[in-house]
Each structure stands twice: as C-alpha cells, then as structure tokens.
Write a protein that binds this ligand. Structure first.
Ligand code: SF4
Ligand code: SF4
Length: 155
C-alpha cells in the first residue's frame, strides 16, 4: 500500500503481538482458500477464539503465526481485512493524537503529510478496498467508521 500519507516499510511491527488479528467469516474463507484448506482446518491449525471473536494465533516468537522474519507476511494475498486496513483504523482516523502515537511503531506513516490527508486517503482507501464494516458481533471494531468519517468519503 502506498499513499502520500502512508507507505509501508515492511518492518513487520504490526505483525507482532497476540490477539489483534480478528477474522470475519469472509476473512476465514479467503485465507483458507489461499492456503488450500477448508475453514475448519484453518481454524484448527492457525486460529483461536477469544471474547466471541476468531483471531489468528501468534507463533513462539510473538509474531503472527504467518509472519516470516526477513520476508514479511507469508499469506499476503490471503491476509485478513484488519491487516489490509492498518494503519487506517478508526481510532487513528478520528484522533490526531492516536495518529501521532502510532508513528513510533509504524514508520510507514508520513508525519509530514499531516493528519487531515491521512484521514482523506485512509477513508478513500478503506472504501476502495471494501474494508469498511457495519457494526456487528464479528465486525472488527477498528473498521467500523463513524458517521463523520463516512462523510469524508469522496463522491
Ligand atoms: S508497522 Fe507500518 S511500516 Fe511496518 S510493516 Fe506494518 S504497516 Fe508497514
Ligand atoms: S496475516 Fe500477514 S499481515 Fe496479517 S498479522 Fe499475519 S503476517 Fe502480518
């Protein structure tokens, strides 16, 4: 992903940590298809459930089970929506302070471009790639936009 306000540096920081990568049913089907598995096999091998959500497991190194050191995401074409959307999460779009804070972890965010452009490009990117979710039990909360953000969508 490359926008004026963000260009991924492939550092892998966002693939580190446990519990962040929730998967919707659509995510599960896409990733299972990518791996040549059925959904039950995907869930048995690579996922766990917590707080009524299905999420990817972490490996022993603390990174996502599909992260490959030095190579990045091992399932890039099949990765879940939450991975496709970062760093354009609702919190970073509505709050300039959050946007500033993520810059220490995500070197792809272009501080010079400013938060207003990050919002404009982020909302456009999310819609363009079908990453905006409606509220619901399995929806990744970070991808449910509020009304003010929806209004930022370009006609
Ligand atoms: S932390 Fe940011 S720059 Fe690094 S891999 Fe993730 S999205 Fe890309
Ligand atoms: S699925 Fe890929 S992009 Fe998403 S956390 Fe795992 S390694 Fe990173």
């Amino acid at each position: 992903m490359s926008e004026a306000s963000f260009t991924c540096q492939r550092c892998g920081h966002c693939c580190q940590g446990e519990g962040g990568i929730v998967m919707t049913a659509r995510d599960q089907e896409r990733l299972a298809r990518h791996l040549g598995l059925d959904v039950p096999a995907l869930l048995a091998g690579f996922a766990e459930s917590a707080q009524e959500k299905i999420r990817l497991r972490a490996g022993p190194d603390g990174f996502c089970i599909f992260f490959r050191q030095g190579r990045g995401c091992g399932v890039h074409a099949g990765r879940p929506d939450i991975c496709r959307a970062w760093p354009f999460f609702r919190g970073n779009l509505v709050d300039a302070l959050s946007w500033e804070m993520i810059q220490s972890d995500c070197p792809g965010v272009n501080r010079e471009a400013g938060h207003p452009l990050f919002v404009l490009e982020g909302v456009a990117y999310l819609y363009e790639h079908g990453l905006v979710h409606e509220p619901g039990p399995e929806a990744p909360r970070a991808l449910v936009l509020n009304e003010a953000l929806k209004l930022r969508r370009k006609p």
